[in-house]
Write a protein that binds this ligand. Structure first.
Ligand code: FES
Ligand code: FES
Length: 153
């Protein structure tokens, strides 16, 4: 089946199987490596992408479901002031170790910032509750997101 959508601002059309998940289409057919294969069952957030601006797990979506929609991955937002601030504050705070979870956290935090959510500690925790990090502990990540938000105000 042919599916057409916007990926990081570009129109793409790709041949997919009816049961193909977006995670596989992005990684295996479109060369998007920031999207990670973690749990593959909607638990870890490593595969997070933005679908029409909202964070979603790409392991839970069939690619046929996104026909005509807009997908953004870290590659498509990496030059924004918000992502530059997030990356810088993650590094400063020691919120990156193996880095496997980091793209998912950054994409989710970016969406939260763009939606103008009030950056209280509770709101940041709630926004990031669908992302798991096995290495750093969550305090460093929350501190990094808080400082990134302050720096782009
Ligand atoms: S790989 Fe999709 S949520 Fe874990
Ligand atoms: S830095 Fe390793 S899982 Fe988060």
């Amino acid at each position: 089946m042919k599916v057409s959508f916007k990926l990081n601002g570009e129109d793409v059309t790709v041949d997919v199987e009816p049961n193909e998940i977006l995670l596989d289409t992005l990684r295996l057919k479109l060369g998007i490596k920031s999207v990670k294969r973690g749990c593959e069952r909607a638990e870890c957030g490593a595969c997070t992408v933005l679908l029409n601006g909202s964070p979603v797990y790409s392991c839970t979506l069939l690619t046929v479901q996104i026909d005509g929609k807009e997908v953004r991955t870290l590659e498509g937002i990496q030059d924004t002031p918000e992502v530059k601030a997030l990356v810088s504050k993650f590094v400063e705070a020691g919120a990156v170790q193996c880095g496997f979870c980091t793209p998912g956290f950054i994409v989710t935090a970016y969406a939260m910032i763009k939606k103008g959510v009030e950056p209280t500690s509770e709101n940041i925790k709630k926004a990031l509750e669908g992302n798991i990090c096995r290495c750093t502990g969550y305090k460093k990540i929350i501190d990094a997101v808080t400082k990134a938000i302050e720096s782009v105000k």
